[in-house]
Design a protein. Structure first.
Length: 639
């Protein structure tokens, strides 16, 4: 009886304990419900709002309405879109949690002939058909953000643009909350604002009006962008930032205008180029033979004591890029540089989380800046580099690597100058170039005279490549559900926009744009391949030397042939050829063994990483279980 009673008591105690535990969980859940604690363990904090977004939300002083359109009831909705919609909804929840009363989020499900569908149409959020014929229900996945009568719309959220999702939302928030846009001037001989690149091809029906470059289209979303002529005698007073893209053959008048713009406190960004492939590719066919175009600001650079050799191109073996040639395979080009996190300034806001840049036939900067100026290197090559004459850069990648000799110096590719600038024109404005049949004279100085020195500390950013902004070199365009989707394959545009925003005084978006999708190359594998390539090159050179030596011996024997001999090769020549074939086979076998060893080393590294990823966690869990069991066993023994 006592045993049954004891058993009943134990059962009641167990049930009571479970009920008490459940009650405690309910109470704790109610108490801590307002507290939203999360732990983001991803390396790039992909699920945490960036500091730039948090700063933007703190500045909100008027309510912002966010309408999230999502067709959650469409049966044909692809799984990947459903997953992405959940990601968007979670992110919007973070905006609400941090902004509080200043953000109102409304979730709408646009069904056919519903008020939500009408609202989406008014907001500019378009439904996308899932089939080619448009017979099925349309899918909506977009965001509309409004404030004080201003509206910004993200018509369709593509999963391919997930890395830029937070940036797109925050940029739209800034746009509706801060309607006053800074004015940005762009100076370039290229058709960056859109237009006709090649009039002759258009006359022949082979071309047409081209849209503005994507960098210009993106900047227009945040700034008022205007074009400034290359020979403009002055820069309008209301321009905050001036960007010069490949200022080829810029006149002294144009440089003087930039000089005075900087001295009055304007911020300048110059994309110079030693070998501009964009202009070269858009030339008429009969002009293709002309030397590759370059651009510089010689008078200004001289005044700042900065060197830029427009006839030299950087070759960097460690940052060489493999370019695909269709069915012909790839070609490794050491003049096309792929630069990563280790090549950018680690503590500068303009390079925050920039991890992949692509530069084509870039030049480099040298020199110590003039008194009063401070130089910051934002991007540089590795020491495994050299500079060559730009006409040599048109050779094949294999030829470039054969004659490559590193000089052991890292090349400065992007620099920023800050401080007090002095004029490059101490004698005043230069006389403009006279047109045929006209006389010109220097413009009259304004009241107070031309500026001789910065009225306040200024800033100038100089880049040694302008091709990096050209659309084909930084983004991929493809059609998706009737829309042209643009997917960046490097951070060229992000870096350029960071520079503009930094120079315009708006740094809220710095930590957002490149927060994910960064490349993490296997640097150890790359170093192993470079070392093996060095061995290959030595063996190839040795083989080529043997071929040349044997060929000379064959030619010498041919000249010694007796007149009238019928056989093309003598027995001595045939024996020599036999020896050559044997040495050639041995050299090829040696090369094959080297490649096999390289592959074995790389495979071993990959296998070890895979083993660690698969087996490490289970082993740690098992080890923890064993340790816990031993500890418990020891306690029981001591009792």
């Amino acid at each position: 009886m006592s045993i049954q009673k004891k058993h009943l008591e134990n059962t009641l105690y167990s049930i009571g304990g479970i009920l008490v535990l459940a009650a405690l969980l309910v109470i704790c859940n109610q108490i801590f419900r307002p507290v939203n604690l999360r732990l983001d363990c991803t390396e790039d904090k992909l699920y945490t709002l960036s500091n730039g977004t948090l700063e933007t939300l703190k500045k909100l002083d008027q309510p912002v309405s966010i309408r999230f359109y999502y067709s959650k009831d469409v049966a044909q909705m692809p799984v990947y879109l459903k997953t992405y919609a959940g990601r968007v909804e979670d992110l919007l929840g973070e905006y609400k949690r941090n902004a509080g009363k200043y953000i109102q989020i409304t979730k709408l499900n646009p069904k056919p002939d519903s008020d939500a569908e009408d609202s989406a149409s008014l907001d500019g959020v378009s439904g996308q058909p899932l089939d080619v014929f448009g017979m099925e229900d349309k899918v909506y996945l977009g965001i509309a953000i409004s404030c004080a009568g201003r509206l910004e719309t993200l018509p369709f959220l593509s999963p391919e643009r997930e890395s830029l999702l937070e940036y797109d939302i925050t940029r739209a928030l800034i746009s509706v909350a801060s309607p006053v846009k800074a004015k940005l001037g762009i100076m370039s001989p290229l058709k960056v604002m859109g237009g006709i690149d090649n009039p002759q091809m258009m006359m022949q029906g082979q071309g047409g009006m081209k849209p503005a470059w994507l960098i210009v289209s993106e900047l227009k979303k945040t700034y008022e962008v205007v074009e400034v002529p290359m020979d403009s005698p002055s820069i309008p007073e209301d321009i905050t930032v001036l960007v010069a893209i490949h200022p080829a053959n810029i006149s002294e008048t144009g440089q003087f205008a930039i000089d005075q713009f900087i001295l009055r406190g304007g911020h300048f960004i110059g994309f110079l180029d030693a070998m501009n492939m964009t202009e070269m590719n858009n030339r008429p066919q009969q002009m293709q033979y002309m030397p590759p175009p370059s651009s510089s600001l010689p008078t200004l650079l001289k005044a700042w004591n900065i060197g830029f050799d427009a006839d030299k191109v950087v070759v960097d073996r460690s940052r060489a890029t493999t370019i695909r040639r269709g069915a012909q395979g790839g070609e490794t080009m050491a003049t096309v540089l792929t630069l990563g996190e280790e090549d950018v300034s680690a503590d500068d806001p303009t390079t925050t989380q920039i991890s992949s840049l692509l530069l084509f036939n870039t030049g480099c900067f040298t020199g110590t800046p003039a008194d009063g100026l401070e130089k910051t290197v934002l991007l540089q090559s590795t020491a495994d580099s050299e500079t060559i004459e730009k006409y040599m850069a048109q050779r094949s990648g294999e030829d470039l690597l054969k004659e490559f000799k590193a000089d052991g110096l890292a090349k400065e590719l992007v620099i920023r100058l800050t401080g007090t600038f002095k004029t490059a024109y101490p004698d005043g404005a230069p006389v403009p170039e006279a047109k045929e049949g006209e006389e010109t004279k220097a413009p009259e100085a304004p009241e107070g005279g031309w500026l001789k020195e910065s009225v306040k500390p200024g800033a100038v950013v100089l880049l040694a490549d302008a091709d990096m902004l050209y659309d084909p070199f930084c983004v991929q365009k493809r059609q998706f559900m009737g829309q042209t989707l643009i997917q960046p394959f490097n951070h060229n545009l992000a870096f350029a926009q960071n520079l503009v925003e930094f120079m315009a005084g708006d740094n809220a978006l710095f930590s957002i744009r490149s927060r994910s999708g960064s490349q993490r190359p296997f640097s150890r594998v790359r170093d192993m391949e470079l070392a093996a390539n060095d061995r290959f090159q030595e063996k190839i050179k040795q083989l080529e030397a043997e071929v040349q030596d044997i060929q000379q011996q064959i030619n010498a024997l041919q000249r010694k042939r007796d007149p009238g001999e019928r056989e093309l090769l003598s027995s001595e020549q045939r024996e020599l050829l036999k020896q050559f074939r044997k040495r050639e086979a041995e050299a090829k076998k040696s090369l094959k063994e080297e490649r096999k060893k390289l592959r074995q080393d790389i495979d071993a590294l990959e296998n070890n990483l895979m083993l660690a990823n698969i087996a490490l966690v289970p082993c740690l869990v098992a080890l923890g279980g064993i340790v816990l069991a031993l500890v418990k066993h020891g306690r029981r023994v001591r009792r």
